[in-house]
Design a protein around this ligand. Sequence first.
Ligand code: PMV
Length: 316
Amino acid sequence: METNLIRESAVGKIILIGEHAVVYGEPAIAMPFSEARVTASISEKKGPVDLDCIYYKGELFKAPEILLGLSRLVEEITKSFNKKLEDFTIRIDSTIPPERGMGSSAAVAIATTRALYKYFNKKLSYEKLTNLANISETVIHGTPSGIDAATIAGEKPLYFIKGEPFKALKLNLDGYLIVADTGEKGQTKATVASVRNLTKSNPKKYIPLIKELGQLTNQARESIEKNNKKLLGQLMIQAHKNLQDLGVSNQILDRLVEAALDQGALGAKLTGGGRGGCMIALAADKKSADLIAKSLIENGAKNVWIDNLGDDLIDI
Ligand code: PMV
């Protein structure tokens, strides 16, 4: 009989501004998204380690390629404790839609790491947690900036620069953020690679777009600290234009951004890797957020969440 021993979870994340540019050392702002989460459970069983998730049920090391990041992570952690890879099952349950730029893969890695550390009775620091999660993120995304793992592990809004100590961001904004899922898989690995190609083949044209995204992020940080929603909205609109020019938007993302703006959103843009995945819109109040959410569904969004940014006010 299986004994359920351990259960640990992790939230999703949303990048407010700065995706893609963050890969090139520019800043980005990301926030935890607690409307959606991943739970990792570990139970005892005899024999080789099993995995049970929506993609696959069976022995961990026969898992399909899509789960390679997770199996590497589990291997690494068990090895670091001098334990054998046997006698437990990992089960993953998630309400974060996968491959939508909501940090599903990092949340799986973080929930699993937390569960394994608890199972083996080991202490886990924030730094260790983000480093481990990035093992799996590197297998999945190629050259991740680390922003997903940092935000999800810390569960606080972050002003993030790759390779620098993470700075928690004082979120002083009383607006509403609407997150809409296009229903299409985002393509982070492909879009990161295609932006890399563009910046290599035509740096004169594309590097300035990246640099400008960094400047927009810095202005966004100021607007958040000063509760200037109107300005933040304008910055989001400009960021979306730059992301379009970098070739990472697509028709449905553009349609949803247009629909949100037509319905009175202060700003709207794609979020995450792009070419599918999710978009976000900023609304001044709940009434406006409800209208925007309704319009996004009418325009083809498969799911919509409304996050009260005022609830996330934090004191640092
Ligand atoms: O995981 P996603 O789809 O939210 O994308 C991460 C953001 C990128 O800047 C596109 C890539 C990265 O590693 O930072």
